[in-house]
Write a protein that binds this ligand. Structure first.
Ligand SMILES: Nc1nc2c(c(=O)[nH]1)N[C@H]1C(S)=C(S)[C@@H](COP(=O)(O)OP(=O)(O)OC[C@H]3O[C@@H](n4cnc5c(=O)[nH]c(N)nc54)[C@H](O)[C@@H]3O)O[C@H]1N2
Ligand SMILES: Nc1nc2c(c(=O)[nH]1)N[C@H]1C(S)=C(S)[C@@H](COP(=O)(O)OP(=O)(O)OC[C@H]3O[C@@H](n4cnc5c(=O)[nH]c(N)nc54)[C@H](O)[C@@H]3O)O[C@H]1N2
Ligand SMILES: [Mo]
Length: 805
């Protein structure tokens, strides 16, 4: 084969957070995606990236909200989320954005610009929306940023004090083969959901969780799942299900610690050489601190699990090579620090941390990365520059920040002030998907002068913005696929022309930077293609200097399409070096050891997060008086047919819907007591809001618990609109589609972390007695440019974007 023939024969690839895909017939009407051949368990989510139903909701042209334009002209405005958009030309849109950025900066300073812009955006190392917006706003003089994530608000803040950063832990989990070979008892809090492991940040070339679990089952590993939901672990074999009350796992772990103490089963040698502060925790567990021994009987009353089983579990954990896994969901809760801290404390007492197949995990199943056998390298990075603004918020405090400028908040022991935000700039996230208590966010969203969003689709957040700039998708641009501990890297090639007038975030920011006088600083004179080469070459040099990995030259890589990274074949065991020699390989904690008691955190003096793991009642849970009004605990887990809200409009995601509504799972007895059957349209509500969903009674969910996955595009009823009976609902917000954040609380995990607490939420469910209002989540109203009929004539046909879709 000649080089030209080889190049023509090489498959073309694209990648998403949920997989690597080969593309047949790129740049043609017959284009088709198929999963990468090396993926044994691919997911279908990405196959719909170019589906007509998905493309129908693309933002095709820059658009500006009519009410915002009115205010600009000195006329009365309209609230965000309630009016129409006018399409404008790119030049005009970029001028508007540049003028507004300048106006806000000169009137209020860079501290008035929020560029936190949280969200998952798309895979690819260059066209990463967050990196792009941060580099742009840094070049403009800085912006108010966010710290931590919705995923791991409590854990990201906490874990570095106890053992190591979440990034470090997550990237070095023990591999599946080692678990199959050594683990005897696998105890999981919140399962190992294979649905969640479809995804990894940046993408994945092979899905490993289902095969990994199957191998463990074949090896005879015993599985116990502590979860309000039975089916969040599937090994293909028997799994013991302990249907715990949500948010009470800390009590169970404390009782395990109690049994280990009183039976003298804790590993004092490991505690002495590798840990600090066990004595303080022991006093609390034994009841010497507060008069309440944390016995199995005490925990039984809180968790709803039998005391005898709890006691036996402690004995079994000590008698076996035991791995204790904990879903991230547990820390996305009020006092979410505590289950993670209790996990580390119990694992330390068992003394198996750093042994093959033993210790703790945080966590298998939250993403595909954990358990990978592949080598840990580093990827190419795009420099974001330096932020001249010091002000920041913990990510989930956004509504607080907008509603309470000048007020203070605490974070990791220090006190900070909320800035006064006039302009919000977002690229690559969907806050009206991800934030809790969307009624409150809607209110907070009315505060800034201007909200600018780059979006691919008319998402709920696009429909809450003033200026919407159409962003291209992965399929429409060249990029590089690299993700942590994946076996290959790949050239992600442009395989279709941008839809409408969509542009990539980089070129949008490059044009804005030029208008604002820092074009050269932003671009360094390079276009996107030149940047790809530079990122790759720099990365290649760094790998050559620091490792034995030699990458091919860029042109060869681009032509090959895929490149396999060399492996060492070494097994991965989390924290094994620290275990072998804690003096030579100390942790980065204050003591260099595992901190069962943290003096640093204790010295912060916080009542809601003292210096050791402890039980604190959540503000609402199945043990609180509020159950008289709202007797069901709502779990809002990750959706199985999409990534958050991404591709919610694809047939794959909508295939799950019953009469267009998101399914809500509830225990069969709870359903019967309410006259609810499979498919019954129900209203789920509490004092914060309500939403419609379709009931699915199930024996696989604990009585008193309901599960409504996230991701159904927020579809609030407009009181004035033709929503019929919907207008009669008296909650602050009424979502017609099934979005759990109409119900969740915007309450921080603690004054330590300020993490989000989506999983702490009580509700009631009832039959919907009225006619079903239409779902309008996928509807938007955009008028073509008023002054440019010629341009309107060239816009693509299909469901016209001048009407409501
Ligand atoms: N109730 C409840 N709420 C939750 C959670 C929960 O468990 N329960 N989980 C939370 C968690 S863990 C997370 S991580 C968040 C996720 O929240 P988000 O990350 O905000 O959710 P996504 O739907 O992934 O939003 C990404 C958006 O970026 C857009 N996008 C994709 N690629 C590009 C691009 O290249 N350029 C631009 N400009 N835009 C792009 C997509 O169209 C999409 O609208 O949700 C949180 N919310
Ligand atoms: N398909 C798909 N996969 C995803 C995502 C997605 O949107 N779609 N999102 C990705 C992201 S951003 C993240 S952060 C991870 C999140 O990963 P996780 O946070 O681990 O995932 P969840 O699905 O929210 O919850 C996992 C399980 O925890 C259980 N659980 C909830 N509350 C409790 C509790 O109080 N106690 C116990 N014992 N169990 C509880 C739930 O029943 C659920 O089955 O998932 C990632 N994977
Ligand atoms: Mo997340």
């Amino acid at each position: 084969m000649s080089d030209t023939e080889r190049a023509a024969a090489a498959p073309v690839y694209t990648a998403s957070h949920w997989g690597l895909y080969a593309v047949q017939n790129p740049n043609s009407a017959d284009m088709q995606l198929t999963p990468y051949a090396g993926d044994a368990d691919p997911t279908a989510i990405g196959l719909y990236l170019n589906h007509p139903d998905v493309e129908a909701l693309r933002v095709r042209k820059p658009a500006v909200r009519k009410g915002w334009l009115a205010v600009r002209k000195g006329e009365p405005g309209t609230p965000r989320g309630s009016d129409e958009y006018l399409e404008i030309e790119w030049d005009e849109a970029l001028n508007l954005v540049a003028e507004e950025l300048q106006r806000v900066r000169s009137a209020h300073g860079n501290e008035a610009i929020y560029g936190g812009s949280y969200g998952w955006a798309s895979a690819g190392r260059f066209h990463h929306a967050q990196s792009q917006i941060h580099r742009f706003l840094n070049g403009f003089g800085g912006y108010v940023r966010h710290v931590d994530s919705y995923s791991l608000g409590a854990a990201r803040a906490l874990m570095p004090y106890l053992v190591a950063s979440m990034d470090e832990l997550v990237a070095s989990h023990t591999d599946w083969d080692t678990l199959a070979e050594h683990t005897q008892l696998f105890l999981s809090f919140g399962g190992v959901p294979a649905k969640n492991a479809q995804i990894a940040v940046g993408g994945t070339a092979e899905h490993r969780v289902r095969p990994g679990l199957a191998k463990m089952r074949q090896a005879g590993v015993r599985f116990i799942n502590i979860s309000p939901v039975r089916d969040d672990i599937d090994t293909g074999g028997e799994v013991e299900w302990w249907p715990i009350r949500p948010n009470t796992d800390t009590a169970l772990l404390l009782a395990l610690a109690h049994t280990l103490c009183v039976r003298n089963l804790h590993d004092t040698a490991f505690l002495n050489t590798h840990c600090v502060g066990f004595e303080v925790f022991e006093q609390y567990v034994l009841g010497q601190t507060d008069g309440q021994p944390k016995t199995p009987a005490w925990a039984a009353a809180i968790t709803g699990l039998p005391a005898a089983d709890i006691e036996q579990l402690a004995l079994d954990l000590a008698a076996n090579r035991s791995m204790i896994n904990m879903a991230w969901a547990l820390q996305r809760a009020h006092h979410g620090e505590q289950p993670f801290w209790a996990l580390i404390s119990v694992a330390a007492m068992l003394g198996q941390i750093g042994l093959p197949g033993g210790g703790f995990a945080v966590c298998y199943g939250a993403a595909n990365l954990m358990g990978s056998p592949h080598r840990r390298l580093f990827g190419p990075t795009f420099d974001q520059g330096r932020n001249a603004v010091k002000a920041f918020i913990p990510v989930a405090r956004i509504a607080d920040m907008l509603l309470k400028p000048g007020e203070s908040f605490t974070y990791q022991g220090a006190t900070h002030t909320y800035p006064d935000i006039r302009l919000v700039y977002w690229a690559g996230g969907n806050p009206f998907h991800h934030h809790q208590d969307l009624a409150r966010l809607t209110q907070a969203w009315q505060k800034p002068d201007t909200i600018i969003v780059h979006e691919q689709y008319w998402t709920p957040s696009a429909k809450m913005a003033d200026i919407v700039l159409p962003a291209s998708t992965t399929l429409e641009r060249d990029d590089i696929f690299y993700a942590t501990r994946e076996p290959v890297i790949a050239a992600m090639k442009q395989v279709q022309a941008p839809v409408g007038e969509a542009r990539d975030d980089y070129s949008i920011f490059a044009d804005l930077a030029a208008r604002l006088g820092f074009g050269d600083t932003f671009t360094e004179g390079l276009d996107a293609t030149a940047w790809l080469t530079r990122l790759y070459d720099t990365w290649r040099d760094q790998l050559a200097a620091r490792t034995d990995v030699t990458l091919p030259p860029f042109d060869t890589f681009w032509q090959q399409g895929i490149h396999t990274l060399p492996q060492t074949g070494e097994r991965v065991v989390l924290l094994d070096a620290f275990r072998q020699d804690p003096v030579a390989n100390p942790l980065r904690t204050a003591s260099g050891r595992i901190e069962i008691f943290s003096k640093t955190i204790a010295d912060f003096g916080l009542a809601d997060c003292p210096g050791y793991a402890c039980w604190r009642e959540p503000h609402e849970w199945l043990g609180s008086p509020l159950v008289n009004q709202y007797p069901l605990h709502l779990i809002s887990d990750q959706p199985k047919n999409k990534l958050h809200s991404q591709l919610d409009h694809s047939p794959h995601s909508r295939g799950d819907r019953i009469n267009e509504r998101e399914p809500i799972y509830l225990n069969a007895e709870d359903a019967q007591a309410r006259g609810i059957e499979h498919g019954t349209l129900v209203r789920t509500f509490n004092a914060r809001g309500s939403c419609l969903a379709a009931a699915v009674p199930s024996p696989d969910i604990r009585p008193g618990v309901v599960r409504l996955s996230t991701g159904a595009w927020f579809d609030p009823a407009r009181i004035h609109a033709d929503d019929g009976d919907a207008a009669n609902v008296d909650t602050p917000v009424f979502d017609k589609h099934g979005n759990p954040n109409a119900l969740t609380a915007d309450v921080p995990a603690s004054s330590f972390s300020q993490g989000c607490t989506a999983q702490t939420c009580l509700v009631e469910v009832e039959r919907w007695q009225h006619a079903a209002p239409p779902v309008t989540a996928y509807t938007f109203t955009v008028a073509p440019p008023a002054v440019a009929p010629a341009a309107a004539a060239t816009t693509p046909s299909g469901p016209s974007h001048t009407t409501t879709r």
